[in-house]
Design a protein around this ligand. Structure first.
Ligand SMILES: *Cc1c(COP(=O)(O)O)cnc(C)c1O
Length: 405
């Protein structure tokens, strides 16, 4: 049996999960963040807030998403049975909308008019722009100029949804500069605006707040899985970028006799710059206002990272994951681009589900683990659909005809 974990009550009032997390902010941002903490602590138990969020999840997002027993995939693979929590069927095609709708609703309750965020690959920007359209709020997305060119379809989506996309033209013109730019914009107008982060990262209260909004995934999945099988899954498996889809499905299983396994991207290999496996190869550091496992240069600055899945290429990782790593409640493993490729094609051909490359990392590890286990069950968070990745796949990997299915 897994021990009962006191982790249920984390973070502490200062936003720490053990030594990770916290709130390392420039002094001018202390007050606006304190305001968000106060508002969230009041609203999280407010009956009207909860009722409205439930309504949105059911009627706008299409929740609950199903749990699906991937019978063919499991049978051809051998060993344990694989089940998928279908977040690819959530509105906009991924789990990110779960916390963006929560953040949008929080903004509405706080009387804010504008949502501000940065985006790298554009997935968070699109989900947040969707929330802004729903709530009738303004939306301002800061994005590096390099990323704007790389992610043209997502830039179009954001603009169609009514968001203002602010190009960031200094430094390397990617995510890091976009974060600074979004913080500056927020600081200049925090009376009217709220900053909305895209994962269980950033300064307190965001790792807690995003986790709480994503917990719906695990709460639903746990009930659905029990109803389907009459038992707990032996393992729950999810990919880890910042860690929001993983935390969302892990948290409700924390006191259950299940292994919790986070899968980090090993990209092209274990050389620095070729992967984004923060927990496996990083060590303690500070990024974007919080402490976590971090891939860093000798001077402590975030190291360059790479993954074929752009949603996973973040040098840090959520503070609660960092804590669960140290307390060994969760295991963190890796999967390479090529293992991801194999899983992507197998799930597509054998089940008729085209997964996001991020999610394919979790599927790849589940396939490996299932073969090691002679029996039992694995529940995978299929965090998103692969439509956004089709050009990349076809151009770099073909159509998967070389694989024996
Ligand atoms: C953004 C994204 C991820 C990674 O983010 P987490 O916060 O680690 O969940 C995973 N899957 C999909 C489909 C994404 O869009």
């Amino acid at each position: 049996m897994v021990q009962r974990h006191s982790q249920d009550r984390l973070p502490d009032p200062n936003g720490f999960f053990g030594k990770y997390g916290g709130k390392f902010l420039p002094p001018q941002l202390e007050k606006p963040f304190a305001e968000i903490i106060d508002a969230y602590l009041q609203i999280e138990n407010d009956a009207a807030f909860i009722a409205e969020l439930r309504y949105i999840r059911k009627h706008f997002q299409g929740r609950p998403t199903p749990v699906y027993h991937a019978r063919t995939l499991s049978q051809k693979n051998g060993g344990a049975q694989i089940y998928l929590k279908r977040e690819d069927l959530n509105h906009t095609g991924a789990h990110k909308l779960n916390h963006c709708m929560g953040e949008g609703l929080l903004a509405k309750y706080m009387g804010k008019k504008r949502l501000i965020a940065e985006t790298g690959a554009g997935q968070h920007g699109v989900a947040l722009a969707t929330a802004a359209a729903y709530f009738g709020l303004e939306c301002e997305i800061h994005m590096g100029e390099v990323d704007i060119h790389k992610q043209a379809p997502n830039v179009s989506r954001m603009k169609l949804l009514g968001a203002k996309v602010v190009p960031v033209t200094h430094g390397l013109k990617t995510l890091k500069e976009a974060v600074d730019s979004a913080f500056d914009a927020y600081l200049a107008d925090y009376e009217n605006s709220i900053y909305c982060i895209g994962s269980v990262v950033g300064p307190h209260p965001f790792p807690m707040l995003v986790r709480d909004f994503q917990k719906v995934v695990g709460i639903e999945a746990r009930e659905q899985f029990m109803e389907m099988t009459g038992d707990f899954p032996d393992a729950v498996c999810a990919c880890v970028g910042g860690g929001s889809n993983a935390m969302g499905i892990f948290k409700p299983f924390i006191n259950d006799p299940c292994r919790l396994i986070g899968v980090e991207p090993l990209g092209r290999g274990d050389q620095m710059g070729e992967h984004a496996a923060s927990m496996t190869y990083g060590h303690e550091g500070i990024i974007h206002g919080f402490r976590c496992y971090l891939l860093q240069n000798d001077d402590g600055s975030p190291a360059p990272v790479y993954s074929c899945a752009s949603g996973l290429d973040y040098p840090g990782v959520g503070p609660e994951h960092s804590y669960m790593h140290d307390t060994q409640r969760a295991e963190y493993v890796t999967c390479t681009d090529m293992e991801c490729r194999d899983a992507f094609f197998r799930l597509t051909r054998l089940e008729g589900i085209i997964p996001a490359l991020e999610s394919s990392h979790a599927v790849a590890y589940a396939l490996k683990l299932a073969r090691e286990m002679s029996r039992g069950t694995i529940l995978v968070n299929l965090s998103g659909r692969g439509d956004k990745d089709l050009d990349y796949v076809i151009e770099n990997w073909g159509t998967g005809d070389d694989i024996e299915y």
